[in-house]
Design a protein around this ligand. Structure first.
Ligand SMILES: CCCCC/C=C/CC(=O)SCCNC(=O)CCNC(=O)[C@H](O)C(C)(C)COP(=O)(O)OP(=O)(O)OC[C@H]1O[C@@H](n2cnc3c(N)ncnc32)[C@H](O)[C@@H]1OP(=O)(O)O
Length: 399
């Protein structure tokens, strides 16, 4: 397949909602004679109320739901799908058309009803309070949007903070993590911790990083991506004090590979570890092509890095990737109690010891990092990789 302009992705996110918001009561007078006036009024009122409620949703309901809302709105206001089918490569329009068309001959009243019910279920599922935002944490560093950085009890904590996107790492987040690690390396803390907010540790590279790119810009996108990735992995290689990963949930891709560059890895028993590189037409990064065989042995590393084998926390621990696994119910309490005790140890002694443990490998790690980024630069331009990303957004295919 020729490299298409990857212009779908994000646009899918808001257009259906925006359209719904922009298309208010003008379409509503469509009525059906078999419905009594009273029922019709209630249903129409609910429909209008639902449109209003939708505007105030705090949580992005996700593409799948937005497509459902779009389809029900069109059905409710225009009846069965009557638009011409968009072309295969017009992913967003095609997804919307498919959603509308799938409603077949559903009546406009039923569509209004279902629309109102769906909005109502979204409203009840809204989080009561965004805890992290509601109560600013002690020692919080300013100027970050995608991560939360705090320093307290001699520990600098860097928390991935895009829980609605499973903490997928977009370009801004790569840059913010680089800056946070550089600052944590120099601040007064004794140790630094990386963790995730929400149910995931991180779902890895945000696949939107590859979207909205015109064919003429693909090469530049790959080159810039390789530069950013090299710098990102470089700050892990050079991190001067103990770096602990507190893996609170599933981890996919790059947050897994850089675990080999962290010093201690604590995992909840809910965590899983997955590097689906071949499934995505990509190749390993984060120095994992060198460190993982050293950590797990070739036999296990090959299954993990080549064949996308997902590991449970217990398996990752048995293979030496994870230091210790804790029951999810006591994970935070046990881990933080332990980290606070470690952070009271002499800071300089810990820093020089960590550097001794890691310095023998540094030159090799720089070389591995460079080589991995070069290979990935080519991979990102390959049909295998582009097709995998198209597939993710088109079908929302899950790993
Ligand atoms: C500078 C560039 C450097 C590049 C370095 C390269 C790194 C390689 C990698 O990291 S490879 C790993 C890439 N990650 C993935 O392929 C994961 C893709 N995501 C999934 O398969 C699933 O989302 C899941 C299994 C992680 C979670 O599934 P679940 O059903 O529980 O949740 P949703 O799919 O509904 O996810 C909620 C919303 O989050 C969006 N999302 C999740 N992960 C990513 C991602 N990696 N990239 C982009 N978007 C992601 C998902 O699309 C949902 O969004 P929506 O609510 O708008 O629909």
């Amino acid at each position: 397949m020729a490299s298409p302009a990857l212009t779908f992705g994000r646009r899918l996110c808001w257009r259906p909602l925006c359209e719904i918001r922009r298309a208010p009561a003008v379409c509503i007078p469509t009525v059906h004679l078999h419905v009594t006036a009273a029922t019709m009024q209630v249903s129409q009122k609910d429909f209008e109320k639902a449109q209003e409620q939708l505007k105030h949703l705090k949580k992005d309901p996700g593409n799948e739901t937005k497509l459902k809302l779009y389809a029900l709105f069109k059905q409710a206001t225009e009846g069965p799908c009557n638009a011409p089918k968009p072309g295969m490569m017009d992913f967003v329009k095609k997804a919307k058309w498919d959603a509308w068309n799938s409603l077949g001959n559903l009546s406009q009243d039923d569509a209004r009803q279902k629309y109102a019910e769906l909005v109502s279920s979204l409203v009840s599922a809204e989080p009561a309070v965004q805890k992290e935002e509601a109560s600013p944490e002690e020692g919080r560093h300013d100027g970050y949007e995608t991560i939360i950085v705090t320093t307290k009890n001699n520990i600098t904590k860097i928390m991935f903070n895009r829980p609605d996107k499973k903490n997928a790492i977009n370009h801004k987040m790569y840059r913010e993590i680089i800056r946070a690690l550089q600052e944590a390396g120099k601040d007064d803390s004794t140790i630094a911790v990386i963790t995730g907010n929400g149910d995931y540790y991180s779902s890895g590279n945000d696949l939107n990083n590859f979207t909205n790119v015109q064919p003429s810009e693909m090469k530049k996108m790959a080159e810039d991506g390789a530069v950013l990735l090299k710098e990102f992995v470089g700050v892990f290689i050079d991190f001067p004090k103990p770096l602990i990963a507190v893996v609170n949930g599933p981890a996919v891709g790059i947050p897994v590979t850089v675990l080999g560059l962290c010093d201690v890895i604590y995992a909840s028993d809910r965590a899983t570890f997955h590097t689906p590189f071949s499934q995505l037409g990509q190749s390993p990064e984060g120095c994992s092509s060198y460190l993982f065989p050293k950590i797990m042995g070739f036999a296990k590393a090959n299954e993990f890095l080549l064949f996308n084998k997902k590991l449970t926390a217990a398996e990752a621990c048995a293979q030496g990737l994870v230091t210790e696994v804790f029951p999810d119910s006591t994970f935070q309490k046990e881990v933080w109690a332990r980290l606070e005790a470690y952070a009271n140890l002499p800071k300089n002694s810990l820093a020089v010891s960590k550097q001794l443990l890691r310095s023998v490998e540094k030159e090799k790690l720089y070389a591995v990092n460079s080589e991995e980024c070069e290979v990935l630069k080519e991979r990102w331009l390959s049909d295998e990789c582009i097709n995998a990303i198209v597939n993710f957004f088109q079908k929302k295919a899950k790993l």
